[in-house]
Design a protein around this ligand. Structure first.
Ligand SMILES: O=C(O)CCC(=O)C(=O)O
Length: 264
């Protein structure tokens, strides 16, 4: 079993927390995820969504490292140079957001680095909207030995099972990395389901997640989760940024090119 931050630690830091409250702290470590409603202005989410839409490729496939100009250009060569600059700058600002650095700092009591960003458009009517992610643990991709990989997801529109939202298995983050069958993640082709399929121990129950634009969803890297297909008439763009405490090992990936950027 993964050793989680204990009650004692909570006691030590209780007086110091200013970005989350005690209940949020406990929820995260009990369930392995935390939704914070109205984390940022919906106008800001709109700006990021519109900007990322302008740089999407014609298929609206998943794009990695959209905070980096050169990666955007490689994945969407026909997009406009200026639009790419704006989009990558906006995403980098989201990644370095001081409030999120504060939230993660209080959850882990460590300085954080951000290693990756992903946009999953699930644009209505496209082949990529169909993609339902297999139940997986994100940490299976980066193999962080102390189980400290974190995903922070921003729904850029409403997000529910009907339009391709997430499900989770609360409490499953307390497991170490589970036996799994390797499957491509963000680089998967249209028509195939992404995510290293892991075994789901019997004691965990599936829970569907619904979120609104402006909310944020923080997930422990060992939490089993997946998602639904989007057959609705509403797109489901989701921007994910991944963090680790500074100094923790991670696999950069053969094609993912994860790189640590300090939040300080
Ligand atoms: O956005 C989705 O549909 C699922 C994303 C996901 O599970 C992941 O990136 O690990």
């Amino acid at each position: 079993m993964v050793i989680n931050i204990s009650e004692n630690r909570l006691e030590e830091q209780r007086v110091l927390m200013k970005f989350i409250d005690e209940n949020q702290y406990k929820l995260y470590w009990e369930q392995g995820y935390l939704a914070i409603e109205q984390f940022w202005e919906t106008e800001q989410a709109d700006r990021v969504r519109e900007s990322l839409r302008k740089v999407a490729n014609k298929d609206f496939s998943i794009m990695l490292n959209v905070d980096r100009d050169e990666d955007l250009e490689n994945q969407s060569p026909d997009s406009d140079v200026y639009d790419r600059k704006v989009a990558s700058k906006l995403v980098r600002e989201v990644q370095l957001n001081k409030r999120m650095a504060g939230v993660l700092g209080e959850l882990y009591r460590r300085e954080m680095v951000v290693v990756q960003s992903i946009i999953i458009y699930k644009e209505k009517g496209t082949l990529f909207a169909d993609q339902a992610w297999n139940p997986h643990q994100d940490n299976s991709y980066v193999q962080s030995p102390n189980d400290m990989y974190i995903a922070v997801g921003y729904p850029l529109l409403e997000f529910s099972p009907e339009n391709g939202g997430l499900y989770v298995y609360p409490g499953s983050h307390k497991e170490e990395l589970l036996p799994m069958r390797p499957v491509e993640g963000a680089r998967i082709k249209a028509g195939e389901s992404p995510g290293n399929i892991c075994e789901i121990p019997d004691q965990y129950e599936k829970k569907d997640i619904s979120l609104n634009k402006g909310d944020v969803f923080i997930m422990h890297g060992n939490l089993i989760h997946g998602s639904y297909s989007n057959h609705s008439d509403m797109s489901r763009p989701f921007l994910i940024t991944n963090y680790l405490p500074d100094g923790e090992f991670f696999l950069p990936g053969k094609t993912s090119n994860r790189q640590a950027i300090s939040l300080k």
